[in-house]
Structures are given as C-alpha cells and as structure tokens.
Ligand binder design. Sequence first.
Ligand code: FCB
Length: 415
Amino acid sequence: MDKYTEDKFLWGVATSAFQLEGSPHADWSSWDTILSEKPEITNHYELYRKDLLLLNDLGVNAYRFSLEWSRIQPHERTWDETAIAHYVEIIETLVKSGITPMLTLHHFTNPLWFAKKYPWHEDASVDIFLAYVKKIVAVVKDVQYWITFNEPYVLIIAGYFEGCIPPATCSTQLGVKALVNILKAHAAAYDIIHAACPNAKVSVAHNMAALAPWSKWNPLDNLLARFARHFYNQSLIDAFATGQLRLKLPFKEQMRFSVPIKGKLDFFGVNYYTRIHMRFNPFKKMGVEMRHLDIDGHGLTDMGWEIYPRGLQKMLKFASTLNVPLIITENGIATKDSHTKIQFIKRHIDLVEHCKIKHGLDIRGYFYWSLIDNYEWLNGLDARFGLYKVNFETLERTPTSAATYYSYIIKNRKF
Ligand code: FCB
C-alpha cells in the first residue's frame, strides 16, 4: 500500500518565520515602520524552544513553519551556517516529539540583496532561489512535507498589481512575469527536493477565496466575479493540471504561458480565510472594487474579513479536480474574542469533516493559522490570530480558550 494512504490525518498549526521573528536582512524590514519599533516581533528566534513546547501542549501532530531565507543567506555570497543549524534544530525537535514538520521555503519575504538585484520579475531570480533550495535540501533530513511558495498569487497581486507590499511595483506585466518565474522555480525546486528525498510530498500553499458579485442582480458584477474566480482560484489549478497558465484580466487580452509545473504536485495546499464581494468601479485600480459583507450573519473578523465557512467547502471542491490529496495549510481568524475564535474553528472543521466523510474528498490535514499572535503583514500586531495570546511588551504567551478547544477537537475528531 502507498505509504501516503496509511498516513494519519495531519492536525497542525501554521506559522511563518518572518511573522514571528523578523529579520534584519529581509526586504520587508525596510518596508514597514512598525518593525523599526519591534524588529524582533515575538522574538521567536530566541524563544523557539519554549514555543515548540506549546505544540506538545496543544497535542498537534504536525507543524507548518517557514525558513527565513534572509537569515540563511543574509548577503549574496554568505550562507549563515548558524541560522541553518537553528532551523535544523527545530526540525529535529519536532521529529523527536513525534510532530510532522511541513517546511515552507518561501513565505513572502526575500533577502534584501535579492529583492534589489534579482526581483522575481527578472529571470535570474529563479536560479538564485534554486541555489538556496539546494543548500537546504543538502542539510535538511526527515522532512516529508514541503511548501515551495506560500500564496504566489497574493505575492503578485499585492506586490505588483496593487503595489501595497514589496516590491511595490505597480505593473501587471511585471507581476505576470514574476508569477511565471515563481512557477518555474516551483517546478525546479520540486525536482531538487525529490532527488534528495524521494518520499517527499511537495506543494505550494494557494490562497483561495470565495469571490462573489457585490449585487447578485448586476450582470457586470457577476461577470467580474466569474473572471476573478478563474484568475485567482482556478488558473493555478489548471496550470498544475495542464502546464498552461491562462490569465484573463478585465479589459485585457487573455495571456497564455507554458509553465513546467504539470503534475509537479504531491498534494495541494489550500489557504482559506474569507469571502470577498466585488463590483466594477472605473475609479478603482483595474476597475475593481472589493469589500466584505456580513451576509450569512457569521460576522466579520477584527480585520473586517467575512466569516464564511461554506467557502472552504467550495474551495476544496474546486481543488479536488486536481486529483491529489488536499491539505488545508492555513485557516484562521483575527479576533480578540476567544468565543468567536472557537466558533470559527468549529464551523470550519465541521465542514472539513463533511467534505471528507460525506463527499469523499481526499483531505489529509488541517493547519490552524496561527500558533501564537504575530505580525500580520498589513495590519501590524493588532490582528490576533493566535491560539496563544502574546503580550507584545513582555512577550509572555498565554493560552486562550481556543487553544483548549482545538486540543479537544484534535483528541476527539476521528477522521
Ligand atoms: C495568509 C498568509 C499568512 C497570514 C494569514 C493571516 O494569507 O499566508 O502569512 O498572514 O494570511
């Protein structure tokens, strides 16, 4: 029997290095002024041993985390072996505790030198990234689950279309070029990882959102939502299935690229948070206006995102057309209210169960975002996603009742 099919369901939590530990060498550090006041964020880089114990307290059997590339390669020709040893120690600690690591190689941030000299829209970026991947696979043992890139589309839309995160380049043309390069880098990284660990399971983590028309009676809003669903959710899935990336933006010709990613996927990582309503508005960038509406009465999160659990089911159904196992690599809520956090977790996990048991979808894991409160890219320290609350003055971590609830779920849900 395929070893994979007898694997246990992965119950995990997800984090990213930069959001917990910052990095003096990352492009993002010179981007956000909040970080000059709190560059170490939760200081996980020093406190990691304590934080890893929280995983045991929770009872998770898996942990998704990322390597901060800019710590590992702070300058173009410098590898920081101490930083590499630090991450290797994290992996060894997890394995000793019986916790399956899921390793993300790229989670939004780049080394500053890379961002300046080889931004993703430059073709040279691919080989530079692959040198980092080779360095990592040479030292990392015992990792079966790999995420090459976290949310490539978020990186491109926010970084190039909207220009609200680094590299803050407002050019769809360069954004599309960057996306193609990232997908090429994924394909080559997939092969590098497999050559070193034949048993590896490699994916990206794809942010998927339920996208709906602002007014369901308005044909233009409907058309736009259809375009957006194809662009944002579907085009990557199609590219993994066919090797063809087809992108259609409003008022633009369809673009088509051959990308070498066909079949370069052992499972599919889905990050799901919310539903977005959209309409045409000629005064907005690319003619699109978006907002969150509390239509089903589940409320909005502290970041104003609609709580829409049913969207997770829809996304999992879309993704299941790939015919590879699915893992929910992120799902979570920013709220200071533990009761709301518990309701969110319950509703989403009920749906995972429904999709798996009733609809037979091949879902292999669920990772709650996040273990502890951390730095949220555009919202600073106020978006409280953690199962553990962090006091950003004292750096003390305190369990919320959502942590107790999640532990209870893990013990009692038998998928
Ligand atoms: C996701 C990101 C993750 C975190 C959550 C809230 O899109 O992957 O880093 O910021 O949103």
